[in-house]
Design a protein around this ligand. Structure first.
Ligand SMILES: C[S@@+](CC[C@H](N)C(=O)[O-])C[C@H]1O[C@@H](n2cnc3c(N)ncnc32)[C@H](O)[C@@H]1O
Length: 342
């Protein structure tokens, strides 16, 4: 029986008293953390926003790494690699994250005080602010499912995701990560600084908007005759529709039988910031940092049919479809899909 179910079976008054007791313990702890949090916040903002701009690093990729750090410390996904990476990463403050979230982390560990940060929602009940955790776990599952049967894995727009290091160490599979040159320079340098072995991964600098990533991939040793998994997580939202389509058509061309393209799509309404004020605020912050949302699929009628049609136009057939937000009052806003060559 899960901890959640056990809690649900307690009488309401007991649950209320437990929560109250937890809050009473949490408050003084949080007060102790305040001075550190102020310094940490300044350090965090400087590194995430100032230093990242200087180094030409994607702000959205920093936020994705940050979420993996959060998942580690709130016990929803142990990820020692991302923590070791963050400690040496010039665009994030490990101290800043600890000082702002430390009281919550300790409260959860010592006396079970959980907030949204420390919880994962049930499939189908994802909201805009609870999507990140489920997304990371779903891509983990996809990786686990295919890592032993593929000859090659390609991650276009890998950012600071360390999923390939996590799942392919010691495996026979060839791994290629693509991203913009500044991103990969910072990533490789940070991996070295953190003492994280990464020599079986080929890093390919490329700008999809101006260069042929296929040529670069082939030059780097990609074999068109081998079975490949493409893992395209959280990238299409930031690209023009024609670039997304072109990239998917090329992935389809590079796939032999058994090859899989796994990726996520946001809805058009989400990309236009129509769901909530908080989502819109986050998006405009990311936009200010140079990454406007550019692409989404119209999910207002039949999301699965819309995604199927879009993939078909790219030469792909939908094989797995996971929709987020369908049980809620809002329209579905996101999906994770798997596809194969038509
Ligand atoms: C939201 S991040 C996702 C990173 C990673 N997949 C993850 O889940 O953590 C988007 C990534 O797409 C990359 N990207 C965006 N536009 C690109 C372009 N034109 N060429 C190459 N990479 C690009 C960014 O550098 C960034 O790493």
């Amino acid at each position: 029986m899960t901890d959640k179910n056990t809690k649900k079976q307690l009488p309401g008054i007991l649950r209320f008293l437990i929560k109250l007791f937890q809050i009473i313990l949490y408050i003084p702890l949080q007060i102790i953390f305040i001075p550190f949090a102020i310094i940490g916040l300044i350090d965090g903002i400087y590194k995430e926003m100032g230093k990242s701009k200087k180094l030409g690093v994607s702000f959205s990729a920093i936020k994705a790494l940050q979420y993996r750090w959060i998942m580690h410390y709130f016990n929803t996904r142990p990820d020692h690699l991302s923590v070791a990476f963050t400690k040496r990463f010039p665009c994030e403050s490990h101290f800043g994250l600890w000082s702002t979230m430390g009281a919550l982390i300790i409260s959860q560990r010592l006396f079970g005080f959980t907030t949204k940060l420390g919880k994962l929602v049930e499939p189908g009940e994802e909201t805009l602010d609870s999507t990140a955790g489920i997304r990371v776990l779903m891509f983990d599952k996809i990786m686990e499912k295919y890592v032993d049967e593929m000859d090659q894995i390609v991650l276009p727009g890998a950012g600071f995701d360390l999923i390939a290091l996590r799942f392919t160490k010691g495996k026979k599979v060839k791994v290629f990560e693509l991203d913009q040159v500044n991103m990969l320079n910072v990533k490789v340098e940070t991996l070295k600084e953190a003492g994280i072995k990464h020599d079986w991964i080929t890093y390919i600098p490329v700008d999809y908007a101006n260069e042929s990533w296929v040529d670069k991939l082939l030059e780097a040793g990609f074999d068109k005759t081998k079975k490949t998994l493409f893992l395209w997580q959280s990238v299409s939202l930031y690209l023009e529709a024609d670039i997304v389509k072109e990239a998917l058509k090329k992935m389809a061309d590079l796939c032999v039988d058994g090859g899989i393209i796994a990726q996520d799509f946001y809805s058009k309404a989400y990309s236009l910031g129509e769901y909530s004020k908080i989502a819109k605020k986050n998006m405009s912050l990311i936009e200010k940092m140079g990454e406007p949302c550019k692409f989404g699929i119209d999910m207002s009628n039949d999301p699965k049919a819309a995604v199927e049609l879009f993939l078909k136009e790219c030469g792909l057939k939908l094989t797995e479809f996971n929709l987020f937000g369908e049980k809620l009052d809002i329209e579905p806003f996101y999906c994770i899909v798997e596809a194969e060559k038509l």
